[in-house]
Design a protein around this ligand. Structure first.
Ligand SMILES: Nc1ncnc2c1ncn2[C@@H]1O[C@H](COP(=O)(O)OP(=O)(O)OP(=O)(O)O)[C@@H](O)[C@H]1O
Length: 802
């Protein structure tokens, strides 16, 4: 294995800020030059530089020998845990003690480091210790005290500790130290892979690696979406530490020529239980098949996997099971105050709004179950302006945008609406509240979500809304084995602000939000339907009325129609690609949800996928009571002709007529971007965003609209009737004239030659003297004219013969 240790470059693939600051060097950050002035290449002449490098290598070699001896001599016995820290020693004493420990080790007197409480008492390189000190890390957390001694001496570790307890340092420090002691260099290629379930978390872990390893000479980076795969391919083989999601790594195994991990020293799985679950299974299997079995493996999570099968897959060798909080009375941080509220589905939005309005000075993280819901609630609340900045984050956003939002959220007091993309691992400072509007998929997910607050000795609060139909989740959270100290609070109905009318008004003003609202409704039901834990998530437990009321609470005038299609279990998604559509239909099993009262709310027919159909408005919906006929005017069944007539009417004509007869002030209006504004939007515009649009006003406006439509319709009919009448009259006249001509022709056939001439002349006469009163005099005049013409003709003939 190559052991050369020249100047190396740090590849930084993810940090947006740094990249922006160094546009000419998008990939390479020579932080060694900038952060370690003693080694600054530009400042030294070549011979001097070589001498310094040689000196430094020698120093490193000595240190490595010392560290290896110390690690070996003072290593903790397998299965041992550190004793509780003694309280008598002050911080000043601790520093002196740490210096003594290092001095003794240098003299060959190696202490047992398994009981250390501070980073500087551990057998770590000076570069790492310096970086830790500068970053403000001095005292070790419980998981760090327990895991670091075992990890440093090369054991496989399966670590579990509460959220926010410092697990990241517990695996980053051993990674850096291992590569340092192995004298790892750029030429040695990939020495460590850290797998994380999301790109954001990978980026965050990479930041910690950078912080701790800033005096070392390793290359590495977070392989995230930001950099194109082509750029990564060029450099990935020269990176020593890769932080990435399993998917991205597999992509490189598939696509990058000569991508080689055969030298891998250490594999880390952060959020190990998630990475080892079925969603990542195929990817993790590929990764495990491509890396050497002789390696160190570290698995960390707040909710650790206990499945022997899972662990067997990663082939741990005599692993140390370190669960520092196993004996603790709670599975969640001690400084976290947790409460739950039973909130009916249709009141969730009102409850969330009321909560936000009462905590305008807090940093609040809100979890919703789908991207559509996050977008919808964010857009609606933004329009209603609660008085605190709002942000939203979900997996469909670009990585850079997500990073920017996380950065903004960590710095300001605001509300962030998020999907579970934010639930695990992300470390945002000072989140005051975590609010779970939608039920988490499991107790473990609950623990991860609430763990975004009360991090590392800080205080935090959490609140979860559970529908009465989901009360089983509350039982699970309260169960002794879950160890979650959660109290149930009754919502204060008098403090609950009802915003359904405002939401409805916003939807009227912004019709695209109506579509989003429908989708939010559908995806919520879908997410409940798809959840595995049927004890908690069971759509059949919800009544049809509660779905209708929920749709109303989202401001939807009509309840979207939905049906679920499930495919037989033995058909995998992959197989389905090969099956033709007809076959698939046979394999599909339509799951019908039969509402008890409003039968057509969840319909059982329609195309294959979930499709939204506008339905009859809710009969019991709060703000739209009595608006059924106005929202979807019905043409009575007794008038089929009328329907036909309306259907046959040319569209263009109809449009013109409506415009012509529309009362003044009700013409179509356009906004600044040239989009037509919905007629009701002007109503929403008239009131301020914080004002309530009252039910009476909406009713009044709908009634006006109906009246206008009826008037237009009347006018239309009258016009149509008139034009039909005119056409009919014209047709009649034409017919009459033709008949007259035919009669005239018949009488001509029966007449003499002179009569015919006379008739012809009368036709000609008709042409010029089209007055029926002159008919008689005209005929007499016509006779004279003929005599004159005959006389003239005879005269001409006579002249010719002469
Ligand atoms: N020894 C330490 N001294 C001071 N702060 C620390 C120490 N260790 C970790 N921290 C800080 O504690 C916070 C939480 O750490 P970290 O993100 O590693 O927690 P975690 O256990 O991985 O949480 P999660 O389970 O949510 O991923 C971070 O802001 C980190 O900087």
């Amino acid at each position: 294995m190559a052991r050369s240790r020249g100047y190396k470059e740090e590849h930084q693939l993810c940090c947006a800020k740094t990249k922006a600051a160094t546009p000419s060097r998008t990939f390479h950050i020579t932080f060694r030059k900038t952060l370690n002035p003693a080694l600054s290449a530009g400042a030294m002449r070549r011979p001097q530089r070589r001498a310094v490098a040689k000196q430094s290598r020698a120093k490193d070699g000595d240190e490595i020998r010392l560290l290896e001896a110390w690690i070996d001599a003072g290593k903790p016995l397998p299965g041992t845990k550190p004793p509780p820290p003694s309280e008598e020693s002050s911080a000043a004493n601790a520093r002196v003690r740490a210096r003594d420990v290092v001095a003794k080790a240098a003299a060959g007197d190696y202490s047992d480091y398994g009981a250390s409480t501070r980073f500087d008492e551990l057998p770590l390189s000076k570069k790492t210790k310096d970086a830790l000190r500068k970053a403000g890390y001095k005292e070790m957390s419980e998981i760090q005290r327990a895991a670091l001694p075992h990890a440093l001496c090369g054991h496989d570790v399966l670590g579990a500790a509460k959220t926010g307890s410092g697990k990241t340092l517990a695996f980053v420090i051993p990674v850096i130290e291992k590569l340092y002691r192995e004298k790892w260099s750029q030429e040695d290629g990939v020495g460590c892979i850290i797998l994380s379930p999301t790109n954001d978390l990978a980026g965050q872990i990479w930041e910690v690696v950078r912080k701790v390893g800033k005096h070392h000479n390793f290359s590495g980076g977070a392989i995230v979406k930001r950099t194109g795969i082509e750029q990564e391919k060029e450099r990935i083989n020269s990176l020593n530490i890769l932080v990435c999601t399993p998917g991205r790594l597999v992509q490189h195994f598939d696509e990058t020529p000569n991508f080689d991990c055969s030298n891998l020293q250490i594999l880390v799985l952060d959020e190990a239980d998630q990475i080892l679950d079925k969603n990542f299974k195929s990817q993790v299997d590929i990764i495990l098949s491509q890396i050497p079995k002789a390696r160190q493996t570290l698995l960390f999570s707040a909710t650790q996997t206990k499945s022997v099968k899972d662990l067997a897959r990663v082939s741990l060798k005599n692993p140390e099971y370190i669960s520092v909080h196993e004996q603790a009375s709670t599975a969640t941080p001690d400084n976290l105050e947790q409460c739950a509220m039973i909130v009916p589905l249709e009141q969730k939005l009102n409850m969330l709004w009321s909560f936000i309005k009462r905590h305008l000075k807090s940093k609040i993280l809100v979890f919703l179950s789908s991207v559509k819901q996050v977008k919808f609630v964010y857009e609606i609340f933004k329009k209603l302006r609660p008085g605190i900045p709002l942000k939203c984050m979900h997996g469909r956003m670009k990585y850079e945008v997500q990073q920017a939002i996380v950065a903004e959220f960590s710095e300001s007091t605001s509300v962030l609406f998020s999907t579970d993309i934010f639930a695990r691992g992300l470390d945002i400072g000072n989140v005051d509240w975590v609010v779970q509007v939608d039920c988490p998929e499991s107790v473990a997910m609950y623990i991860h979500r609430v763990g975004r607050t009360a991090r590392y000795n800080k205080k935090g609060k959490s609140l979860i809304f559970l529908c009465p139909e989901e009360e089983r989740m509350l039982e699970k959270l309260k169960a002794t084995e879950s160890k979650i100290p959660i109290s149930v609070r009754k919502p204060k109905v008098e403090q609950l602000e009802q915003i359904s009318q405002n939401v409805a008004a916003v939807l009227v003003k912004f019709p695209n939000l109506q579509q989003l609202g429908k989708r939010a409704f559908v995806t919520y039901l879908k997410s409940v339907y798809l959840q595995g834990d049927k004890e908690v998530f069971d759509l059949s437990r919800f009544s049809a009325e509660s779905f209708a009321a929920y749709a109303s609470s989202l401001g939807l005038p009509v309840t979207p129609k939905i049906r679920f299609v499930s495919h037989k279990k033995n058909v995998s998604k992959k197989d389905m690609k090969d099956i033709d559509v007809k076959q698939m239909k046979h394999k599909a099993e339509v799951i019908e949800i039969k509402p008890q009262v409003n039968r057509d709310m969840l319909a059982d027919d329609g195309p294959d996928d979930d499709i939204l159909y506008p339905k009859k408005p809710n009969t019991d919906a709060n703000i739209y009571d009595g608006l059924d006929d106005i929202l979807s005017p019905k043409v009575p069944d007794t008038e089929p002709e009328k329907i036909k007539e309306l259907a046959a009417r040319p569209l263009k004509k109809k449009k013109l007529k409506i415009n012509m007869h529309r009362p003044v002030g009700t013409r179509v209006k356009y906004d600044d971007e040239g989009n037509a504004i919905d007629p009701l939007a002007s109503l929403a515009e008239e009131v301020g965003p914080e004002d309530v649009i009252h039910k009476d006003k909406i009713l009044q406006r709908y009634a006006e609209m109906l009246r206008e439509m009826q008037e237009d319709d009347k006018e239309d009919k009258a016009q149509h009737k008139k034009s039909l009448h005119e056409k009919k009259f014209e047709k009649k006249m034409k017919l009459k004239r033709r008949r007259q001509e035919e009669t005239d022709a018949v009488s001509d056939d029966s007449g003499s030659e002179s009569d015919r001439n006379q008739n012809m002349s009368s036709k000609g006469k008709k042409k010029y003297f089209n007055n029926s009163d002159d008919d008689e005099g005209g005929a007499a005049k016509g006779g004279d004219l003929l005599a004159q013409q005959e006389a003239l003709a005879l005269k001409l003939l006579g002249k010719m013969h002469d």
